[in-house]
Design a protein around this ligand. Structure first.
Ligand code: ADP
Ligand code: MG
Length: 335
């Protein structure tokens, strides 16, 4: 075959392969967009584990009718100026909406404070004309029949309940980072959540992780060379069989980071059995120039300029908190 340029839809479907792994990835992208739009209330509704329907409604600043077509075009974003190192929003790649539109039936209805409400739809990559619509200020994004256009991906879905629980997990993670936003999740799958505006972070942590967690935890607050770590870790007696209850944030962004997970494990090496895991809500704050969030399209990985510093800070701060609470390494009976 001669070399030719791929069609826009194929390029978007290839990108979707990385950005949109499962329904929970769609929810993550849409909720991040709502947060970036300054919403105070974000409602998520799903059906069929998100495979038949995901609807995210926000009261944010909306998209002007004249910009709807750009919003669903690849590499189009309102969030990045000319400096890739200056990222203040959750999104910045301009990939989510075109990717989602290439593999599903997507509709976006939006109204800005002083504009006309309008709607655009994308079906398997085909973009409609912008039409007038009724809408409150804010944006409602609806995704139906996810992966209908990419049956190979559809086959990898784990079943409605697993997908619904991954969606709830995504919302819990983001909700802890934004206690002033109300999040509700409703679905046909009995997985409902309602995190009312909490005002402060510890209240939101209790809403999401349960009131027992703050009661069974130690406060962490430490800094080293301009990197700050604060939050809470559980006392060793309040541990879990897996690490799913570790909520970690870098500059307010939920991350899943191996270095941080391994530092937490290291900090508890003397006080927790190998098969037990601490519960944690930890927040790292550092100069954005010292951390790269542009490692993977899903933006959950980060890379630190000085991993040793971050690891040392986490291990040191947690060990100090344990020692301060009089929690000593468990006797191993080896003496
Ligand atoms: P990114 O978030 O990386 O900019 P997206 O594809 O997720 O890329 O969104 C493209 C653009 O559409 C955003 O930059 C923003 O301007 C607009 N947009 C998307 N969702 C919303 C929303 N809920 N409210 C306001 N604007 C939105
Ligand atoms: Mg986005």
């Amino acid at each position: 075959m001669p070399i030719r340029q791929l069609s826009e839809t194929m390029v978007n479907q290839i990108a979707a392969g990385e950005v949109i792994e499962r329904p929970a990835s769609v929810v993550k992208e849409l909720v991040e967009n709502a947060v970036d739009a300054g919403a105070t209330r974000i409602e998520i509704a799903t059906a069929g584990g998100g495979l038949s329907l995901i609807r995210v409604t926000d009261d944010g600043f909306g998209i002007a009718a004249g910009e709807l077509a750009l919003a669903v075009s690849r590499h189009c974003t309102s969030k990045l100026g000319n400096d890739i190192h200056d990222i203040r929003s959750l999104g910045f790649r301009g990939e989510a909406l075109p990717s989602i539109g290439s593999v599903s039936r997507l509709s976006i209805r939006s109204r800005t404070a002083d504009g006309e409400a309008a709607e655009i739809t994308v079906e398997g990559g085909r973009v409609s004309a912008v039409k007038p619509a009724g809408a409150n200020r804010g944006t409602a994004v609806e995704v139906r029949d996810l992966f209908y256009a990419t049956p190979a991906r559809l086959k990898f879905m784990k079943g409605e309940r697993a997908e619904a629980s991954a969606i709830a997990d995504v919302i819990r993670r983001i909700a802890i980072a934004f206690p002033n936003i109300r999040f509700t999740l409703s679905g046909s799958d009995r997985s409902t959540l309602d995190f009312t505006t909490a005002g402060d972070r510890l209240k939101r942590i209790a809403q999401v992780m349960g009131v027992e967690f703050p009661e069974n935890s130690l406060a962490i607050d430490a800094a080293r060379e301009g990197v700050r770590l604060d939050g809470h870790v559980s006392i060793p007696s309040y541990s879990r069989a897996n690490a799913l209850q570790q909520y970690v944030y870098v500059n307010g962004r939920p991350v899943r980071d191996r270095l941080i997970a391994s530092a937490i494990r290291g900090a508890f090496a003397d006080t927790l059995a190998r098969d037990r895991h601490a519960v944690a809500a930890l927040f790292l704050s550092l100069d954005p120039a010292l951390v790269d969030v542009n490692v993977h399209p899903a933006k959950a990985d980060v890379r630190f300029r000085d991993p040793g510093l971050v690891r040392g800070l986490i291990v040191g701060a947690i060990r100090e908190a344990l020692a301060g609470a009089g929690i000593r390494p468990a006797s191993t009976g080896a003496a």
